[in-house]
Design a protein around this ligand. Structure first.
Ligand SMILES: [Zn+2]
Length: 147
């Protein structure tokens, strides 16, 4: 169990407020000024490292994992979802159409890729493409039918 990172003084160890790993405040001198910096308690390496325009947590042995989780967290936090509320009749029809196209495309995708799991990302991507093809063909049919 890692304790809270307080007080902010040289030698205090505790959990990083971002990633929760065990870190220690260490005094460093640079250009005549002294300041406190966070080091990993395990290997005494710098905990906060610069990545592009932002700072990320480095835990030494598990660097890549934390890099990804902190980066994806930052992106997730910027997404804004609006409340949908009740669907109109037209919208319900469109959702029904979307689900129908999705299911019809799934049959095609399964037939052409019998070795792929329905739950795999690759299957989803191919199915997405097949939905696009189906919708394009539906548009052509609609144009032909209206002539
Ligand atoms: Zn951290």
């Amino acid at each position: 169990m890692v304790t809270k990172l307080e007080p902010k003084t040289e030698g205090t160890s505790g959990a990083c407020s971002v990633c929760g790993s065990n870190v220690t405040w260490v005094e460093k001198s640079w250009q005549g000024k002294t300041s406190l910096t966070l080091r990993n308690s395990s290997d005494q390496k710098a905990h906060n490292v610069k990545s592009g325009d932002s700072w990320i947590c480095s835990t030494g042995n598990d660097f890549a994992g934390y890099t990804q989780s902190v980066a994806s967290k930052a992106i997730e936090n910027k997404v804004v979802w609006n409340e949908v509320g009740e669907l109109s009749e037209d919208e319900q029809q469109l959702v029904g159409g979307l689900e129908r196209v999705r299911d019809v495309a799934k049959g095609v995708t399964s037939r052409h890729h019998p070795e792929l799991s329905d739950n795999s990302t690759t299957f989803g991507q191919i199915n997405n493409a097949n939905m696009g093809h189906l919708l394009a063909l539906m548009k052509i049919k609609a144009i032909k039918d209206s002539v």
